[in-house]
Design a protein around this ligand. Structure first.
Ligand code: TXA
Ligand code: MG
Length: 345
């Protein structure tokens, strides 16, 4: 494959070019509000197969389909009458936005896309560049995060190219993703509804919108990912090459002090050390420091998390030390990604 074409989402001609490539069955990475996605036609088995190949993604991990508007939903999914009111509440409250719904698949969806499952993952992204591309392509677009399988999800075009340059046809660059964490994944066909991946839309918000309880799925470390109801949730994910050490940042003791202590121990042990450091926290000399954002501002921490992990990893440190925020709201999604990245391989 030739070098990846770098397209600019502010130029209408580049949006049209990216859309034309998608219509030809080619691979185009694009910005969404969560992370960058690796897109291809969701209606073409060959295009879907090309996504798995480019990402080196195992065939058992299904993809998310992105649509431009509710009018396209019936192309990819069939909503049982008994669930119509619940689905309407969810789409009305959270679409376009960072919520992925697992819904009964339509016959138009290739089996490989859902890894043979009966439910298909769908969302309408809110990012204007993603929306413009989906409208212009006039196709449902399958798009997992645009990273090699198991790597940290990309929040900038540079992150995408670091993993996939030369493996995909084009990238539509729209600057950094806004949220910075992947979408919430919810199965609304069960009661209680099951939340597989925490994200910017929280369980409490989902219950408020629908009046239906949400159960948070907790995978066992020993389970085989392919046998999990949502395979991606069971993985050691978002993983840096460096070892990631989490310092519990609950109120019980002084998290700044605990972080410094951990950094000193690792440094004395002869390791090159990096810190994912909240703004204003004490810096240890001779450590690589990535200023993570305001500890009290979960939106900022979410936005910068993956860039911070990648930056420290690229600096060649052996160990990254990060404080683990306390639970609640968006902090739960940040905790989930940190805990998955810290899990031993
Ligand atoms: O924010 C996002 O969701 C981004 C952007 C590009 O939209 N996409 C993304 O895709 O994170 P991906 O493939 O990296 O993560 C999709 C997750 C995986 O954990 C996968 O196992 C799960 O959703 N999933 C997809 N289809 C499913 C299905 N039919 N049943 C159960 N889980 C599914
Ligand atoms: Mg992913």
């Amino acid at each position: 494959m030739p070098a990846t074409l770098h397209l600019d989402a502010t130029l209408p001609a580049d949006i049209a070019r990216a859309a034309a490539l998608l219509r030809e069955g080619r691979l185009v990475a694009f910005a969404t509000e969560t992370v960058y996605g690796l897109g291809a036609s969701a209606l073409s088995a060959a295009a879907v197969a090309a996504i798995f190949t480019a990402k080196q993604r195992p065939a058992w991990d299904p993809l998310i389909v992105h649509i431009a508007s509710l009018a396209q939903l019936s192309t990819v999914a069939t909503i049982p009458a008994a669930l119509a009111a619940r689905i309407h509440s969810l789409t009305h409250a959270f679409w376009p936005g960072p919520l992925t719904l697992l819904l009964p698949r339509s016959a138009a969806i290739p089996h490989a896309l859902t890894a043979g499952r009966e439910l298909v993952a769908v969302r309408i992204p809110s990012h204007p560049a993603a929306h413009a591309l989906l409208e212009a392509a006039n196709l449902p677009i399958a798009a997992p995060s645009a990273n090699l399988f198991g790597h940290t999800s990309p929040t900038t075009a540079a992150h995408v190219l670091a993993d996939l340059n030369g493996r995909i046809d084009a990238i539509l660059d729209a600057g950094p993703a806004t949220v910075g964490l992947e979408s919430t994944v919810l199965d609304p066909t069960q009661t209680p509804m099951v939340l597989y991946r925490p994200g910017a839309i929280t369980a409490a918000q989902l219950t408020t919108a629908t009046g239906v309880a949400v159960q948070i799925f907790k995978p066992m470390a020993t389970e085989k990912p392919e046998s999990l109801p949502s395979p991606g949730v069971g993985l050691r994910h978002y993983a840096p090459r460096a070892r990631l050490i989490l310092v519990d940042g609950t109120e019980a003791y002084d998290p700044q002090h605990a972080l410094l202590h951990e950094l000193r121990m690792e440094s004395h042990a002869g390791n090159r050390v990096g810190a994912l450091l909240p703004n204003g926290w004490a810096v240890l000399p001779d450590t690589h420091t990535y200023l993570w954002g305001n500890w009290e501002n979960p939106e900022q921490l979410a936005h910068n998390l993956f860039a911070g992990i990648r930056t420290l990893d690229d600096a060649g440190v052996d160990v990254i030390v990060a404080p683990l925020p306390p639970p609640g709201g968006l902090y739960d999604a940040i905790r989930d990604r940190l805990q998955k990245a810290a899990r031993p391989a």
